[in-house]
Write a protein that binds this ligand. Structure first.
Ligand code: S3P
Length: 176
């Protein structure tokens, strides 16, 4: 961060499996802030599960929901915001996030990501529609296409080999 003022909001971005949801929960608890997960908010407002939005309405409709929800959430303050891995893809979203608070990218190496996404969905039920099929192959493809997608963040934390609690505590120290 360029100055030491407490940020208005803390926004976590990063690839699927970098720990945004878990870290955001712990961070919000530690700070006494409200936690908002944009994926959960989309499901609540759309009254539809994410795989159903992708399957029935298509990815663009999902991305429109994502931009709308981000806009709403970032209008407030004192929020820890966990975003979906693709929320960074639209320039308007990146601009909104940078203006709305302190943007932290969570990162992890390929093996860690793979283990986490498989552990989260061992049966491959498609809870993450973009990983349907061969998760390893899909992850490799997305990691290639999103290589620099998270570089715009104010700060980056490598979560490989770190517990969510360690990451959250590190962020509390940085933020306050
Ligand atoms: C997506 C990541 C998911 C969810 C959707 C699309 C992506 O969120 O928003 O399945 O494009 O990377 P998580 O990063 O929380 O898995």
């Amino acid at each position: 961060m360029s100055e030491r003022a407490t940020p208005k909001n803390i926004i976590l971005v990063g690839f699927m499996g970098t720990g945004k949801s878990t870290v955001s929960r712990l961070l919000a608890e530690r700070l006494g802030w409200k936690r908002i997960d944009t994926d959960e908010e989309i499901v609540r407002q759309a009254e539809k599960a994410i795989p159903d939005i992708f399957a029935q309405d298509g990815e663009t409709v999902f991305r429109d929901w994502e931009s709308r929800v981000l806009n709403e959430v970032l209008g407030g303050s004192g929020h820890v915001v966990a975003t979906g891995g693709g929320a960074v893809l639209r320039e308007e979203n990146r601009r909104r996030m940078l203006a709305g608070g302190w943007v932290v990218a969570l990162a992890a190496d390929r093996e860690t990501l793979l283990k986490r996404v498989i552990d989260a969905d061992p049966e491959g039920t498609g809870a993450r529609p973009l990983l349907k099929g061969d998760a390893a192959e899909r992850i490799d493809h997305l990691l290639r296409t999103r290589r620099h997608a998270y570089d715009f963040a104010h700060a980056t934390v490598d979560t490989s080999g770190r517990s969510p609690l360690e990451v959250a505590e590190l962020l509390v120290r940085w933020a306050l």
